[in-house]
Write a protein that binds this ligand. Structure first.
Ligand code: UDP
Length: 348
């Protein structure tokens, strides 16, 4: 991609102050895209804008409102008439919370997508990249999962919002041939930007493995509970495909490039975004201890309800079509997560 060719594009990044969103804004700006962020700051901090600016030298435009509000979404597109593409991250994402608050999850995640799709028609924005998830595969019968692996009924309202959003986009694209959407099915994003200026900042007790590990190593939590060691895996702990967040952010830039430069095969496409390698919880814990040299208290407890046993991606279709491949190793990614945690906690 030549920088000059891309200078004029303005990309709307919803949820752009969040974990994956902020890393994607940095990569877009590094490629010469002009970015405008919309975020309601329900799960992120305004200071992220300062840190993006420190990394790239450019402060992205920012608007704070809730995309589930139709009139505010309209007002946004009237003000920002140069938006050519949308990357839609803004959504609720806590699996457990979604079980307790299903309506909030359906309303927020579905309505905001539908408002954006309506805006694409109304304001002639032709392209969208959407954050989907490998959760749509459930526990697949065969591994690794390709894009052809059948989806399974979701385990949680959160997971169901991802499946329904994919279906909404598919049907929307069928009815609107000039409009294009790509869904990226993320595996497990971890790690932080090498600058240690942006990273994952979970509110309260982390649900995800790596933030729990780094917080335990930093002394915020007493010990890590490993959920189950009786799975049908080599060491008995569950297996996932952990993808570096900067690699994941770059996948969004190539998806935007594919849309803007008319390289899509159909006007609705979806891709796995993982590394292609599966690691067990125990392997990850041991790698963390090895690369950081830090003590980590952990104990094995029972399985967590709703967890699947093992999943990792077949990335060959995405690698070939997008010309993108995860580059960072698990070790360097875990180290980046630890450096970020230390920076946030003021540890040396
Ligand atoms: N996990 C764990 N202890 C924790 C958090 C997670 O053992 O405190 C395990 C979890 O059971 C799963 C893996 O780590 O096997 C990844 O969990 P995470 O919540 O990060 O991602 P997901 O389950 O959504 O793939």
């Amino acid at each position: 991609m030549k920088k000059t060719e891309l200078m004029a594009k303005q990309i709307l990044v919803t949820g752009g102050t969040g974990y994956i969103g902020s890393h994607t804004v940095v990569e877009l700006q590094n490629q010469g895209f002009e970015v405008v962020i919309v975020d309601n700051l329900s799960n992120s901090q305004i200071e992220v804008l300062d840190n993006i600016e420190k990394i790239t030298g450019i402060r992205p435009a920012f608007e704070q409102f809730d995309l589930a509000e139709r009139d505010k979404t309209d007002g946004f597109f009237q003000k920002y008439s140069n938006v050519e593409a949308i990357i839609h991250f803004a959504a609720y994402k806590a699996v457990g919370e979604s079980v307790d608050k299903p309506l909030e999850y359906y309303r927020n995640n579905l309505v905001s997508l539908m408002n954006l799709l309506e805006s694409m028609k109304k304001y002639d924005v032709k392209h969208m990249v959407f954050s989907s998830s490998c959760t749509v595969y459930g526990q697949p019968e065969t591994l690794p999962v390709t894009e052809q692996t059948p989806r399974q009924e979701a385990e949680s309202p959160y997971g169901n919002t991802k499946a329904i959003c994919e279906d909404i986009m598919r049907d929307f694209c069928k009815a609107n041939e000039a409009l294009n959407c790509i869904a990226l099915r993320y595996f497990n994003p971890i790690g932080a930007h090498e600058s240690t200026l942006i990273g994952e900042l979970p509110v309260g007790v982390p649900n995800n493995l790596v933030p729990f590990i780094t917080q335990t190593a930093a002394g915020l939590r007493k010990e890590l509970s490993i959920f189950g060691d009786d799975y049908d895996t080599p060491d008995g702990t569950a297996i996932r495909d952990y993808i570096n967040v900067v690699d994941l952010a770059k996948a969004h830039v190539v998806a935007i490039d594919r849309l803007l430069n008319d390289k899509t095969k159909q006007n609705y496409e979806y891709f796995n975004v993982g590394t292609g390698d599966g690691y067990s919880v125990m392997q990850l814990v041991k790698s963390f201890i090895k690369v950081t040299g830090v003590e980590l208290n952990y104990k094995v407890v029972g399985r967590r309800t709703g967890d699947i046993e093992k999943i990792w991606a077949d990335t060959s279709y995405g690698n070939a079509e997008l010309g993108w491949k995860a580059e960072k190793t698990l070790d360097e990614t875990l180290l980046s997560a630890w450096k970020w945690e230390k920076n946030v906690r003021g540890l040396s």
